[in-house]
Design a protein around this ligand. Structure first.
Ligand SMILES: *Cc1c(COP(=O)(O)O)cnc(C)c1O
Length: 422
């Protein structure tokens, strides 16, 4: 059965990207290279003193927004006991514990808000690149930024990332939420002073309305998850952080020691950005796969059909509804598709009920809580007997190297889920 038919029939699917080009330099693909990641990283660096002072939970790390890389041997053991043998080392990148946002959305969302604030303040001559940015944490700056509004469409976590950061800086904040969004996420945002608007339709509906409302107000900025480059390159800085952690832990990535990364995917911005960053650092030695729910496989659908953002999951009769609320997206980001065309190794889909299994297993074996969306990456290990996986491994001559490989499952969210809802 071809990929589109499998998706249509709600069958779990591993799609290998036929256009994956392992050695082509990123700049040659569409003009974006490492300098974009570096520029975002430099912006975070300029803002360190501000972040450390405005968000006390980051003070200990001096304003660096960081999560742990955790070796999860007990989880690997549990897979093993259940008949799934994992060759190589297994790590969790615990972005659920990223400060401020409690999800992978931290780096992207915060970066875009910082960029907007910086450009306004520099334009008004209130801020120079050489200033100590902690001056922004003052009533004067908050009052000034309060003349502007930041709006965003969100299934929840992007709203939290952007809403909390922007509200703390003094901006007015409007978050346009899809019906899937969890109540506690709306409550949290309202408690921080954001306006939350709710829509009956799906995520695209929320984004569309947000975009329209923002365009009508000259002092409003819309953070556009379906197209944003500033989100994308904010996410990409994760790779620079990971490299530091690899060096510290003595983890080697080279021709003999491949790295595999599995990242849950909604519109594709967060996993796309992370993949882009990793590719600039590790080239053909990193293999990146996105994970999606069977009911909302928008990225797989867009890539496999070649229609990118011009097709949505409802077009093939899927509901787009899933317990993985962070991934409940019907249509992929045009920018992310374009950036991933020749860079992404593949994608896979997973049933909701399986996410709950990984969620429980991770809690049982490692004592780590993730929200359902964030567990999607684990499913790859149950697809390693498929023809698609074997073909990929053979095509890239990885068979003998798997025992030396490092697998990273990206744990993308759940850190702020209230105890009573876990
Ligand atoms: C948003 C989100 C993702 C995916 O990010 P996209 O940019 O939408 O692809 C993955 N996991 C969680 C928990 C998220 O909130």
């Amino acid at each position: 059965m071809d990929t589109i038919n499998r998706l249509k029939n709600i069958k779990e699917t591993l799609w290998i990207n036929p256009n994956y080009h392992e050695t082509k330099p990123l700049e040659k693909i569409n003009g974006f290279g490492y300098v974009y990641t570096k520029a975002a990283q430099n912006r975070f660096m300029r803002f360190l003193p501000y972040i450390a002072s405005a968000f006390p939970e980051t003070a200990e790390k001096k304003g660096v927004i960081e999560s742990q890389l955790i070796e999860i041997d007990n989880m690997k053991q549990l897979f093993n006991e259940n008949g799934t043998y994992i060759k190589g080392n297994l790590f969790l990148k615990d972005d659920a514990r990223l400060p401020i946002a409690g999800s992978v959305k931290a780096r992207g969302g915060i970066h875009e808000v910082l960029k907007i604030a910086e450009s306004i303040l520099q334009h008004e001559k209130m801020l120079q690149p050489t200033d100590n940015y902690s001056i922004i944490n003052s009533d004067e700056f908050r009052e000034f930024l309060g003349r502007y509004t930041i709006q965003v469409g969100s299934t929840g976590n992007l709203g939290i990332s952007i809403g909390r950061t922007a509200a703390r800086m003094g901006f007015k904040v409007i978050v346009h939420m899809s019906s899937d969004a969890r109540q506690w996420k709306k409550d949290l945002l309202r408690s921080e002073g954001a306006t939350v608007k709710e829509y009956d339709g799906d995520y695209s509906e929320a984004v569309k309305n947000g975009r329209m409302e923002s365009e009508a107000d000259p002092n409003s900025f819309f953070i556009d998850d379906e197209n944003s480059q500033d989100l994308f390159f904010g996410y990409s800085t994760a790779a620079l952080r990971l490299k530091v952690q690899f060096n510290k832990a003595g983890i080697i990535v080279d021709d003999e020691h491949p790295m595999f990364v599995y990242i849950p995917c909604g519109v594709g911005g967060a996993p796309g950005g992370i993949t882009f960053g990793l590719k600039t650092l590790y080239g053909k030695n990193v293999h990146c796969f996105f994970a999606e729910p069977t009911e909302a496989p928008c990225f797989t659908l867009g890539m496999a059909s070649g229609k990118y953002n011009e097709i949505c999951v409802q077009d093939i009769g899927l509901s787009g509804k899933t317990a993985a609320d962070g991934l409940a997206v019907g249509r992929a980001s045009a920018f992310a598709c374009n950036m991933m065309k020749e860079v992404l190794s593949g994608t896979f889909t997973v049933e909701d009920k399986q996410l709950a299994v990984y969620q429980n297993n991770l809690m049982e074996s490692e004592g780590i809580y993730l929200e359902p969306s964030a567990c999607a990456g684990f499913h790859i290990f149950n697809m390693q007997n498929s023809d698609e996986w074997k073909t990929y491994i053979n095509a890239h001559e990885l068979g003998d190297k798997l025992e030396n490989s490092t697998h990273i499952v990206w744990g993308t969210g759940g850190g702020l889920v209230p105890e009573n809802l876990r």
